[in-house]
Design a protein around this ligand. Structure first.
Ligand SMILES: [Fe+2]
Ligand SMILES: [Fe+2]
Length: 275
């Protein structure tokens, strides 16, 4: 039987709650500005592996996301479920179908030795005070060293620091693009730029911010937004419907779907890519 919409993302009870809480506790203790910067350097040259998109999708057969209260099966099935949901609702937007398949591929970092807390789950910008809608906010951040650092514990000050560090950004005005959101989504966004995926900017935006629930669903962090961020928000929210509500234990027949998605890969991000 299909789950009702309000039964998703239950962080108060449920059979997977202990596993989910433990993952967020570790994430909210150890994700700091310094940690995120080190990971950007470690993985930002995309010299770790050469492989195709389908090889990466198949790798997610080995990953069960320990932050997800709604899914206890491998992430590869979730990729096809999301993509097929989008395909039914938006048959004319083939690039959007591909976003569904791609969106969680950054989680392969967890198969290369990164702990899950450094990769999966909702994201939040490090370097500023976590806002109210961050999952488990009041019970998980007390040991995070950034929150004892006055540079990083206000609601906005970090933007000036990050903008100054980033030579590509000369104007320290609010803009989510200068924020540092950790984990799989940032990695995949940068990987797509590095490999020059020929997808529209909406696709890059959806992938980069789809896990930023405190922003796209919680309504927080508006002080970090530029007009462009607000213009893109409806796209991220449209994507999110399929990312969340297609989660279902009836697993898709992946083999029958492969040829269609291989065609999209050949169109937008073909061949052997740098990861
Ligand atoms: Fe995701
Ligand atoms: Fe997802």
């Amino acid at each position: 039987m299909a789950k009702s919409k309000d039964s998703f993302r239950n962080y108060a009870s449920g059979p997977l709650l202990d596993r989910v809480f433990t993952t967020y506790k570790l994430m909210h203790t150890h994700q700091t500005v310094d940690f995120v910067n080190r990971k950007r350097i470690q993985f930002g040259s995309f010299s770790y592996k050469k492989m195709t998109i389908m090889e990466a999708v198949d790798m997610l057969d080995d990953l069960v996301d320990e932050s997800d209260p709604d899914v206890d099966f491998p992430n590869s099935f979730h990729a096809f479920q999301t993509a097929e949901g989008i395909r039914k609702a938006h048959p004319d937007k083939d690039w959007f179908h591909l976003v569904g398949l791609l969106h969680d591929l950054g989680k392969i970092l967890a198969l290369w030795g990164e702990p899950q807390w450094a990769v999966v789950g909702d994201t939040f910008p490090v370097g500023c005070r976590p806002q109210a809608s961050v999952v488990f906010r009041d019970s998980t951040f007390q040991d995070n060293p950034d929150l004892r650092d006055p540079r990083y514990s206000s609601s906005q000050a970090h933007l000036l620091i990050i903008a100054a560090q980033n030579s590509a950004c000369t104007s320290p005005t609010a803009d989510l693009r200068t924020s540092l959101c950790p984990g799989a989504t940032m990695y995949l966004y940068q990987m797509m730029k590095f490999n020059k995926f020929s997808l529209p900017s909406e696709a890059f935006y959806m992938i980069r911010f789809h896990s930023f629930y405190p922003w796209h669903t919680g309504g927080d962090y508006r002080q970090l937004c530029s007009q462009q961020d607000l213009d893109m928000l409806p796209w991220v929210q449209e994507f999110n419907k399929f990312d969340l509500y297609t989660k279902c234990p009836d697993l898709p027949d992946v083999e029958s779907l492969r040829p269609y998605y291989q065609g999209l890969i050949d169109k937008y991000c073909p061949g052997i890519l740098s990861w």
